[in-house]
Design a protein around this ligand. Structure first.
Ligand code: GRF
Length: 193
C-alpha cells in the first residue's frame, strides 16, 4: 500500500514526533511527514522538523483565524493523516468532521481512565499515582468531538512500581510505550489505507 501524507501537530518537546521521523527515515513506515505544525512558537518539535528538512509551521493562536489557517495548510499539503503528538490545543469540530477517522492522538494513560479535560502531561501520572493504580499505560486513538474519547487503535500497559514518582512513570511510559505504539498505529493505518 502506498504511504500516507502525514501532518504532525505538536506543542512541546516532540519526542513522539522524533519517533515517527526516525521510523520514516528507517523505512519502517512508508508514509511521509509533509509538515509539522505547532501552536507554540518555541516548541522544540518545530526544531526537530527543521533538522530533518520537514516544513515547520507556527500558527499563532492569539491571532484570528487559527482554525482556518490550520485547515488551509492541511488542504494545501494534501494531508491524509493528522497525528497529534503532544498537541495541547482542541481542534475545531469542523476540522474533526472534515478529517473523520484521519486524526489520531497519543495519550499517556489507559483510556478511558485518566483522560479528558485537565488530564495532560505530568497531571495524568500524578492522578494515576494518587488513585493507587497498579498499572498504567499509553493509548493511540482516533480523535472525535470529545476529549480523549475516540475509538482506540492501540493500547499498551506498564506496571506502576512502589517507588514510582509521576516523573519516573511519565518517562517510562514515554520511552517504552508511546514511542513504539505511535509508530505501530501509523503502520496499522498504512495497512488499511
Ligand atoms: C506525551 O506524553 C503525549 O502522550 C502527550 O504529551 C506528551 C508529549 O511528549 N499527549 P512529546 O512532546 O512527544 O515529547
Amino acid at each position: 500500500m502506498s504511504g500516507l501524507r502525514m501532518a504532525v501537530l505538536v506543542s512541546g518537546g516532540g519526542t513522539n514526533l522524533q519517533s515517527v521521523i526516525d521510523a520514516v527515515e528507517a523505512g519502517t513506515l512508508t508514509s511521509q511527514i509533509v509538515c509539522v505544525i505547532s501552536n507554540k512558537e518555541t516548541a522544540y518539535g518545530l526544531e526537530r522538523a527543521r533538522k530533518h528538512q520537514i516544513p515547520a509551521h507556527f500558527i499563532n493562536p492569539k491571532e484570528e483565524g487559527y482554525d482556518d489557517k490550520l485547515f488551509a495548510l492541511l488542504q494545501g499539503e494534501k494531508v491524509d493523516l493528522i497525528v497529534l503528538a503532544g498537541y495541547l490545543k482542541i481542534l475545531s469540530p469542523s476540522l474533526i468532521q472534515a478529517y473523520k477517522k484521519k486524526i489520531i492522538n497519543i495519550h499517556p494513560s489507559l483510556l478511558p481512565k485518566f483522560g479528558g479535560k485537565g488530564f495532560y502531561g505530568i497531571h495524568v501520572h500524578e492522578a494515576v499515582l494518587a488513585a493507587g493504580e497498579k498499572e498504567s499505560g499509553a493509548t493511540v486513538h482516533f480523535v472525535d468531538e470529545g476529549v480523549d474519547t475516540g475509538e482506540i487503535i492501540i493500547q499498551r500497559k506498564v506496571s506502576v512500581e512502589a517507588e514510582d514518582t509521576a516523573e519516573s512513570l511519565q518517562f517510562r511510559i514515554l520511552e517504552q510505550l508511546e514511542h513504539k505504539i505511535l509508530v505501530e498505529a501509523i503502520k496499522k493505518l498504512e495497512g488499511s489505507n
